[in-house]
Design a binder for this molecule. Structure first.
Ligand SMILES: NC(=O)c1ccc[n+]([C@@H]2O[C@H](COP(=O)([O-])OP(=O)(O)OC[C@H]3O[C@@H](n4cnc5c(N)ncnc54)[C@H](O)[C@@H]3O)[C@@H](O)[C@H]2O)c1
Length: 472
């Protein structure tokens, strides 16, 4: 396939161009299916043959609302194809979306091995003009390295011949949130595209035109930095409100009302001001660390972000302290755990605060009865079922015989629990709500003691003994 810039421009205009999505994980799969839904010719590829095999059977490899339905819808769509190899997808496409993982190294910096490896595969299969679009979250200037790597290795593959096919590298950072990935694809707040050629700009404008949302064009490094800055800012908002919650606990104020009071100021905004057990998942912790590394390597003062990280790290101790306030001794107690995923709407447990807490309590001698609507299968490999951990069929199973019930993920179904039933099943009627999900009045009316985040004095006004006396 020998394509030049003009041919590709025309193919894109006529929607005849093929777009390859390389890496079909939490970002790549919604992107590939979303682009197919918009009417593009999409070829998906992944280095993991098990993932491709599952997809070929019509099964999504992970849970994400609406994703399985989208996959089923496009399984027989000739415009959506799963390639036999990554090389095949590259060779048959003019636009390549790079959606591979960028985990963190021990020292906090982003591990770009997957990106580099893919750049080399692209170089070896450069059979015409390609627009290479970084969707993976990468530190600023990665685009330049990708470009240099492709130039060097394609020259090598072409035995030094001067006439190598042209290509452009663009950055199009992904802002979708797990649990809402499909909806976020079709209704983004904004699309950011870092480009260095007019052709790249026109191709990306054309691809995203059907979404009708603001598209911000920048240079490549700026787009890369926007993604890290956005995640660092959101993480900072979360740590800020968690620090305020600690203070509210001490002085008897209510952090939810504080969040409401400051959030009504449009300069601040209410989003991401929910106090709780802290942020986790595949993005915030690693992206924050990578941004800190980038800042420090370049001489910028990263102390604000270090504090954000430190406050988040301290959530584990803060929460375990609350559990000890509730139970006094943890050793030998039965603790029900509601929620294992790092957030609702996903089965992703990467860096989940719920898992860290469960693991810590198990080490302190608690026996755990755990339940999550979607994440139990994934959890079993890291928190094996046995004497210490029992996986339950529902929230009521987790409450059975428990001395305390912990809410650790904001699944909607936990908001609507039958609280009198929960109370009747528990050994001691104590709920520790790490997400401020439940209605304190409803919990107390059901005869349960309620501890939560940043509302401690209010929450503990009615003590355990008082509740037990009232309930007996
Ligand atoms: N998960 C999120 O919510 C989210 C949101 C925004 C941005 N991001 C960023 O997007 C990127 C991908 O994240 P993810 O959550 O989708 O990761 P993931 O681990 O779910 O998926 C990555 C996929 O890439 C595949 N892969 C690895 N090397 C490959 C190669 N050479 N060729 C083809 N496929 C290859 C892996 O097999 C895997 O399926 C990361 O940089 C992440 O930081 C993630």
């Amino acid at each position: 396939m020998q394509t030049n810039r003009e041919t590709v421009r025309n193919e894109v205009k006529l929607k005849q161009a093929s777009i390859a999505v390389l890496g079909l994980g939490h970002v790549g799969l919604p992107t590939a299916l979303g682009l197919a839904e918009l009417g593009w010719n999409v070829t998906g590829a992944d280095a993991d043959p098990r993932k491709i095999a599952l997809l070929r059977q019509g099964q999504s490899p992970f849970y994400e609302p609406g994703l399985q339905q989208l996959l089923t819808r496009h399984a027989a769509n000739p415009r959506f194809r799963l390639a036999d190899s990554v090389a095949d997808a590259i060779r048959s496409s003019a636009v390549l979306f790079v959606c591979v993982g960028t985990p963190q190294r021990e020292n906090g910096e982003a591990d770009l091995t997957q990106v580099e490896e893919l750049a080399r595969t692209i170089a070896a299969n450069l059979n015409g003009y390609k627009l290479i679009v970084e969707k993976s979250t990468v530190p600023a200037i990665t685009g330049q390295w990708v470009k240099l790597t492709i130039q060097r290795y394609s020259r090598k593959a072409g035995n030094g011949s001067a006439a190598q096919p042209e290509f452009d590298v663009a950055s199009n950072p992904e802002f979708l949130q797990e649990g809402k990935a499909v909806d976020d694809f079709f209704h983004p707040d904004r699309i950011v595209c870092g480009v260095e050629s007019e052709l790249a700009r026109s191709i990306l404008s054309e691809i995203y035109a059907p979404l009708g949302c603001p598209v911000l064009f920048t240079d490549v490094s700026t787009a890369e930095l926007i993604k890290h800055a956005a995640n660092a800012f959101l993480a900072t908002k979360i740590s800020f409100i968690n620090m305020v919650a600690d203070l509210c606990d001490s002085v008897g104020a209510d952090v939810r009302r504080v969040a409401e009071g400051i959030g009504l100021d449009p300069r601040i905004g209410r989003a991401f001001l929910n106090a709780g057990v802290g942020f986790g998942g595949y993005c915030f912790p690693k992206d924050l660390r990578a941004f800190i590394r980038l800042a420090e390597e370049n001489g910028a003062d990263a102390s604000l972000l270090r504090a954000t990280e430190q406050i988040n790290e301290s959530r584990l101790d803060r929460f375990v302290h609350k559990v000890r306030q509730a139970l006094w001794m943890i050793d030998g107690k039965v603790v029900g755990v509601l929620g294992l995923a790092f957030k609702p709407g996903t089965d992703d447990i990467r860096e989940s605060p719920a898992l860290r807490i469960a693991d810590d309590l198990a080490r302190r001698g608690a026996r755990l009865r755990v339940y999550d609507p979607k994440a139990m299968e994934n959890t079993k490999s890291v928190l094996p079922e046995g004497d210490t951990v029992t996986y339950c069929a529902d929230a009521y199973g987790a409450a059975e015989g428990a001395h305390a019930l912990l809410v650790l993920t904001e699944w909607e179904e936990f908001r609507n629990l039958d609280l009198p039933r929960i109370r009747s099943l528990m050994e001691l009627p104590v709920i520790v709500d790490g997400r401020n999900l439940l209605d304190p009045d409803a919990v107390r009316r059901a005869g349960l003691e309620y501890l939560c985040m940043g509302r401690q004095r209010e929450a503990s006004a009615q003590g355990l003994h008082e509740i037990l006396a009232a309930a007996s």
